[in-house]
Design a protein around this ligand. Structure first.
Ligand SMILES: [Mg+2]
Length: 222
């Protein structure tokens, strides 16, 4: 565990976001959970004459110049990534069923979007959520999500669920807030076979109707 993981983080008051601490809370990631990030970023790269090849679960090792077998320099990939969030992320395709599931779940639970995205992409991301029927409060963060989730969960009396595609975030939440129920979703079918998971620690549901049922069951049981 690094120092960054055990440092207490300050979280905004849920009430200031319009979320009641008396209801269950669902903390939901965006990329590969509510939005098809690899698909959107792949199309953005095509517009720049590059290719996304999904052959492993490692974003910056998946960007190539056509015909080449060595991936793009990591730093160059990172620049395209930042540009995508600023200029290209607003036409990302929503994950099928996500908006419907959250709309139904929001009848009994608060919904908070927690996304790791470069700061300049905040406005585009908020607009995308609004246009996609996902107009819930959003927090933009960076790094492992556990400490922030722990600080948010402390404000909630009922059950809390955390949904993300990345093992690093799921493990971080397991460490910092073990009482929070964790669910993994990998929305892009092409990515699923390559995505590391640990279903004994974090339940995995790659389709929103399945995840919807699991979240309802989690709330019923607690
Ligand atoms: Mg994600």
């Amino acid at each position: 565990m690094s120092v960054a993981d055990i440092v207490e983080v300050r979280a905004p008051a849920l009430e200031s976001l319009g979320i009641s601490g008396d209801r269950p809370l669902l903390i939901v990631d965006v990329d590969e959970v509510l939005g098809l990030f690899m698909d959107g970023f792949g199309r953005f790269l095509e517009g720049r004459g590059l290719e996304m090849r999904i052959e492993r679960f490692a974003l910056f090792q998946s960007i190539f110049r056509p015909g080449e077998t060595t991936h793009l320099e990591i730093e160059e990939g990172r620049r395209h990534f930042d540009d995508f969030f600023r200029y290209g992320s607003s036409d990302m395709t929503p994950a099928p069923g996500g908006a419907d599931a959250l709309r139904a779940l929001s009848a009994r639970a608060g919904v908070l979007i927690l996304t790791n995205a470069p700061g300049p992409g905040r406005l585009a991301r908020a607009r995308w959520l609004g246009r996609s029927g996902l107009d819930y409060p959003m927090l933009l963060s960076s790094g492992r999500k556990g400490p922030l989730v722990a600080a948010l969960a402390r404000q909630v009396a009922g059950p809390v669920a955390f949904i993300d595609d990345l093992m690093s975030n799921l493990d971080s939440v397991a460490e910092a807030a073990p009482q929070v129920a964790r669910f993994q979703m990998v929305a892009d079918p092409r990515l699923r076979p390559f995505a590391p998971s640990a279903p004994e620690r974090h339940a995995r549901h790659d389709e929103w109707p399945d995840l919807h049922r699991a979240l309802e069951a989690m709330m019923d049981a607690r």
